[in-house]
Design a protein around this ligand. Structure first.
Ligand code: DGL
Length: 270
């Protein structure tokens, strides 16, 4: 196990959506070195098979381990549902792995017992049934109503949010009867924090919208602190890699990360 506190935190997603999680991590843990990997060559993961996402995840883990990461955060629900168990085994001796699903499940079962909760996410995440299984295992009387919303991640990647088109697509999905009579809603895709306000407006603030970025950053902080792995050096480095560089990805990173970042290309297969 890498027990070097100055080792970077590796964070990956299918693309740039996971930068919402990276941003929450850098806000909460400003001293940590960050290596972000966006697998833009294989985006979107939400439509891919479990086997394909596992293969991409192993390749990305190899890259992050080579760069000395002490922890790997799977900043993608689709990859967390498809590849977490495999990756945990794969990197067992080298680094700790955090996914975006378990911290949210813990939060929900502790704070929202006996509620009817909605969930929106990619096809991969929703068909995996992983949230439903984990929440049912906790036996807190929670009813989970999930809906796959595959148009939302590409819509957001293209910069379509807070406009007429996004309002209509969001309203169309949220009016699905599967999401009737919910008291809270899990955003089970790391792209969706960018449309949190629109979802909140749709429900006139009457449904609590649960976004995992800060919850995951806090789970990471607790792990680092309990294992004496918090980095105490200041002036941390941040590196952002993508498997296929395009200028439009670089332009969009600001939307997700809140500041301009320079993307470097790192191919997974040559
Ligand atoms: N950000 C990914 C997630 O949390 C979804 C985007 C994709 O389909 O690649 O599931």
């Amino acid at each position: 196990m890498n027990n070097n506190p100055s080792g970077p935190i590796g964070i990956y997603d299918s693309g740039i959506g996971g930068l919402t999680v990276a941003h929450a991590i850098t806000n909460l843990l400003p001293n940590e070195n960050i290596i972000y990997f966006g697998d833009t060559a294989h985006l979107p993961y939400g439509d891919k098979s479990e086997a394909a996402i596992q293969a991409y995840s192993v390749k990305i883990a190899d890259v992050l381990l080579k760069k000395g990461c002490k922890v790997i955060v799977i900043a993608c629900n689709s990859a967390s549902s498809a590849a977490y168990e495999l990756l945990k085994e794969y990197v067992r001796k080298d680094a700790h792995i955090i996914n975006v699903i378990d911290p949210m499940v813990d939060h929900v079962v502790n704070h929202y017992p006996s509620q009817t909760i909605g969930l929106i996410g990619t096809k991969r995440t929703v068909t995996s049934g992983i949230y439903a299984t984990r929440i049912a295992q906790a036996e807190k009387g929670i009813t989970l109503n999930s809906l796959a919303t595959p148009l939302l991640a590409p819509m957001i990647e293209e910069g379509f949010f807070n406009n007429q088109i996004s309002h209509e697509i969001i309203a169309q999905y949220l009016s699905d009867e599967q999401l009737g009579s919910i008291a809270s809603m899990i955003l089970a895709c790391t792209h969706y924090p960018l449309i949190k306000k629109e979802i909140n407006n749709y429900y006139n603030g009457k449904v609590t919208i649960l976004d995992s970025s800060e919850i995951v950053a806090e789970a990471l902080r607790i792990y680092l602190s309990e294992n004496n792995l918090l980095n105490i050096e200041s002036k941390p480095n941040k590196h952002f890699f993508v498997s296929d560089f395009t200028p439009s990805f670089e332009a969009s990173t600001r939307l997700f990360f809140g500041e301009i970042v320079h993307l470097e290309q790192h191919r997974l297969w040559n």
